[in-house]
Design a protein around this ligand. Sequence first.
Ligand SMILES: [Zn+2]
Length: 369
Amino acid sequence: MGGGSLANGASIFTARDCQAQGDAERTVWLADDTKVSAGVKAECRICGNRIDNREYTVREMMFGLRHTFPYFECSQCGCLQIATIPTDMGAYYPPGYYSFKPASPPPEPRRTLRDRLRVLRDRFVMSRRGVLGRLLFKIYPRNELLPFLVPVRLRTSSRILDVGSGSGLLLLQLRALGFKRLLGVDPFIDHDIHYPSGVTVRKSTVFDVPEEWDLIMFHHAFEHMSEPLETLKRCARMLAPGGCCLLRIPTVSSYAWEHYRTNWVQLDAPRHFFLYSIRALELLSARAGFKIADVVYDSSGFQFWASEQYVRDVPLVSENSCWNRSSSPTFSESDILKFDEQAKVLNSSRRGDQAAFYLVKNASNCSSL
Ligand SMILES: [Zn+2]
């Protein structure tokens, strides 16, 4: 009788083995309470594979609801995905969901000479343009400002669409730096938002936006979307020549997924429908007409302290969570600093649990990458 083997040495039967014997399905449980089901099961929505996908049961732990959801990891492309999308996702985005909180515009940037100089310096960091900004940057270097946008080399005239923007905090930060052609879309906000600074966030999806854009960005939103291929194809049609599509997402091609498995905080069932591997994202991008021009890992100590809390059955939003750092009995400030240092090491070896993917259309070059 034929069979396969997993990295941990457990034997499995393949679907082909089972079909050859007339078995409809055969399941082998592994030591860590996950299972590999051989037989015709759910189809990977990225590559179409149905064979030898590994199943997991994952709990909702952000709010501590502890509802369980089946996920499976594709044996071919490595994408981890929810087996069935719940019909009522609204229940998992309560009014207190963090990205929906009303955004406070940053302080008016042009009040003092110091503020004006800071804007010039920060604008140079974003666009690498401006003589005075360049000089100020040399004297007062600072790289932490929206670092994921630095590789894109924006101009203040760039047209920027933020998909899944929540209430639009990032757009307000860009507005404060002088960017004007900004729009956010998010289907889960209560209603359209119009800020006094001119920034608008529409209660809609990327499919409702007609304009052309230089940068279309998803900040931890793409993994929440049920139609990733159609979404990327739509972006490819909306990007201006030389434009860039930025995906900031968690990835299973990481230490945290391999170490924590169903307690990995960024699995975030059931809100995250897809946890992409590098291979899965390459496949998806290619099918949408993109290529990945660059990947920058930007994980933090969050992957450690929050996953460790899940191991201890402590929800992310709870009294004992480091989410409320001042009152956390689990980890001290010094512990968290150590976790942040460990994350930097993972990022430098491309093993962090989240990254920024810079996509450009095939046969074109992003102006900045
Ligand atoms: Zn797959």
